[in-house]
Ligand binder design. Structure first.
Ligand SMILES: [Zn+2]
Length: 340
């Protein structure tokens, strides 16, 4: 089968890869309806994360079940399914508490590489959620978004305790940040401040429910948030970047007693203990337990109450994955969908 492989920073090639096969009796094999490139795939692309030789890429997926192992009981061939970037048993104590991305048996999908025609998904019964039927083509991008960016933005909003009466600020205007805006709106937030300096992303943020836009960054961005909140800061701040600047911007833009939901993968972030001590903010985040939210997100998409697929502003054939990486690296595209 064909699949994307990163050979070195800036060097992604679509080439022949081995067909995935059932390895464990709890596995399923999917034929991908669509896959995509993640903002986090840009870390190795830019040389920030080291590569250990040629690496299959991709951890987001939605598609049709082709085959299941002998111990898979709820997932069946022919179903359209979505799963998260961590496979999980969904039965251990950590899963039952809603933290499936820290499942004691978790398996990273990234090592399988979902930017391909087919994918092996471990722990199929615990990981995959089937839609009510095979979706119309125009629903596929939104269902694919639920696999990571929507679920991650949603967790950011939940971790930041976005809800009625709250002012929510969102640091980061990538797909996760934009879905943080969408989630805050769905969760009933009163005011949603998107931090972005890109016109097309501001526009989508407004469509998703942003009431205010702040273009400044860093301490200027913090000052702008304070100005909009009577000098207090936001109740809830979603951090969707993962840098030192964005994390401190999020903490400093939160009022005492408020909550930061941090979902940008941290790169070189070091928190100053004394400032944290006196900030009085709650910090919660990490790799989103997308599986917790999938049934609810699938319902919202199936009923066409949300349209998270709009973040895919560039659709390409899988064969052109390299062009997709380049477009995201240069910020010409918010998020790239790949058609196998
Ligand atoms: Zn578990």
């Amino acid at each position: 089968m064909r699949g994307a492989v990163m050979h070195a920073p800036g060097d992604v090639r679509v080439e022949e890869r081995g067909e995935p096969r059932i390895v464990e009796p709890t596995d399923a094999i999917l034929r991908m309806s669509a896959t995509c490139i993640c903002g986090s795939d840009l870390w190795p692309y830019r040389g920030v994360d080291a590569l250990d030789g040629p690496t299959p890429m991709g951890h987001e997926y939605a598609g049709i079940v082709e085959e299941v192992g002998s111990e898979v009981s709820t997932i069946k061939p022919g179903q359209f399914v979505i799963g998260s970037f961590f496979a999980s048993d969904n039965t251990c104590e950590i899963c039952r508490a809603g933290y499936q991305s820290s499942c004691v048996h978790r398996v990273g999908i990234g090592t399988e590489g979902s930017q391909a025609e087919r994918l092996r998904v471990p722990l199929a019964d615990g990981t995959l959620v089937a839609t009510p039927g095979v979706p119309a083509d125009d629903l596929v991008p939104s269902l694919l978004a639920a696999s990571d960016v929507l679920g991650t933005g949603w967790f950011g909003a939940v971790a930041a305790e976005a809800g009625p009466g709250k002012t929510v600020a969102v640091v980061g205007d990538g797909a996760v940040g934009l879905h943080g805006v969408l989630a805050a709106k769905q969760l009933g937030a009163e005011r949603i401040i998107a931090m972005s300096r890109h016109a097309s992303r501001q526009q989508l943020a407004r469509e998703y429910g942003a009431t205010d836009i702040v273009e400044e960054r860093g301490d200027d961005g913090v000052a702008a948030i304070k100005e909009l909140t009577n000098g207090l800061g936001a109740h809830s701040v979603i951090e969707a970047v993962g840098t030192q600047e964005s994390m401190m911007q999020a903490i400093r833009a939160t009022r005492p007693g408020g909550h930061v939901g941090f979902v940008g993968v941290a790169h070189g972030v070091e928190l100053p203990g004394e400032e944290l001590f006196f900030s009085h903010v709650h910090l919660h985040g990490g790799p989103a337990p997308v599986r917790r939210f999938l049934p609810e997100l699938i319902d919202l998409i199936w009923d066409r109450r949300i349209d998270p697929g709009k973040v895919f502003d560039l659709h390409l054939p899988l064969e052109q994955a390299a062009a997709g990486y380049q477009a995201m690296d240069e910020r010409e595209a918010i998020k790239v969908l790949l058609h196998p």
